[in-house]
Design a protein around this ligand. Structure first.
Ligand code: SF4
Ligand code: SF4
Length: 275
């Protein structure tokens, strides 16, 4: 499952980057705008209740797959996280207060018709700003390089692109978001952003507080070696208290292969499990 997640998320992220940077709008004739339609906040603001309800029902049943398979900012953190492995901040009072304050701020501003606070912390908006600010110029360069090469051999399959640079406000907010993301990723570890700042993650942690199908640890088989706890990028497993904070699990499945005693599973179980 971990490998399937990595391949799926990698391809999804690559296509999203190419689409967002205007490098491709279709693939084999399929309209790639579908990739953006499953993003929660844009779907919510556009009133796509089918998408919103489907994501919520799926999260309630199977957990936060969205965070490891469909969220570009989540996948981006996983890619950067390979530079520095580490588990996330554990559940704590200050983390809980911060995440609910951010959510409350977003909801209150939305209630008064202002979307800018939500868009500042919405994962899709952050990803689009980062992509158009930092990924578009090098991609345009490579596109034009390929254009020149093909042109040299009399081939015209790729069109040259003009350089487009993001405006100053987009640049500023993209840099701010990246600084905060890097700080949380490299100094607090793992998916600290997801379980401290992201309003979508906070909503998911409530909807999927105990998903029907989830990560479970067998009491009988667990030898308390702590490998899964160290591997968990979301800081969900707490061996000392014997608790799994399922609402914060981002369904990355990294913990499954590290258990040599087959104590961890993803699914239903009638065995006695850690809570
Ligand atoms: S918590 Fe937010 S930023 Fe993190 S993966 Fe989920 S939706 Fe994306
Ligand atoms: S409990 Fe397992 S699947 Fe969930 S976030 Fe931690 S490592 Fe990933």
């Amino acid at each position: 499952m971990q490998n399937f997640r990595r391949v799926f998320a990698g391809c999804f992220f690559l296509l999203l980057v190419l689409y967002t940077c205007g490098m491709t709008s279709t693939l084999f004739g399929y309209d790639l705008s579908i990739l953006t339609k499953v993003q929660l906040v844009p779907a919510l603001l556009a009133g796509s209740f089918i998408v919103v309800c489907s994501v919520f029902v799926f999260t309630f049943l199977f957990g936060r797959w969205y965070c490891s398979f469909l969220c570009p900012l989540g996948i981006f953190q996983d890619i950067l996280g390979r530079l520095k492995k580490g588990t996330s901040l554990k559940d704590s009072r200050s983390r809980t207060i911060t995440r609910y304050c951010v959510l409350l701020l977003c909801v209150t501003s939305l209630f008064f018709g202002a979307t800018f606070i939500l868009l500042l912390v919405d994962p899709w908006s952050i990803f689009s700003r980062v992509a158009t600010t930092f990924m578009l110029p090098p991609l345009t360069f490579f596109n034009n390089l390929i254009f020149e090469l093909l042109h040299h051999f009399g081939l015209y399959g790729v069109a040259a692109k003009e350089y487009n640079f993001a405006g100053i406000s987009v640049l500023f907010t993209a840099i701010l978001s990246l600084l905060l993301l890097f700080y949380l990723l490299f100094f607090k570890g793992g998916r600290s952003w997801c379980n401290t700042i992201c309003p979508v993650g906070t909503i998911f942690s409530l909807v999927g507080i105990k998903p029907v199908v989830r990560i479970r640890i067998s009491r009988a088989r667990c030898v308390h070696c702590g490998r899964c706890e160290t591997e968990c990028k979301a800081g969900v497993i707490d061996m000392k208290s014997g608790l799994i904070h399922s609402g914060d699990c981002v369904a990355c499945f990294n913990c499954l292969p590290v258990c040599k005693d087959n104590a961890i599973s993803y699914g239903f179980s009638k065995e006695e499990m850690l809570r």
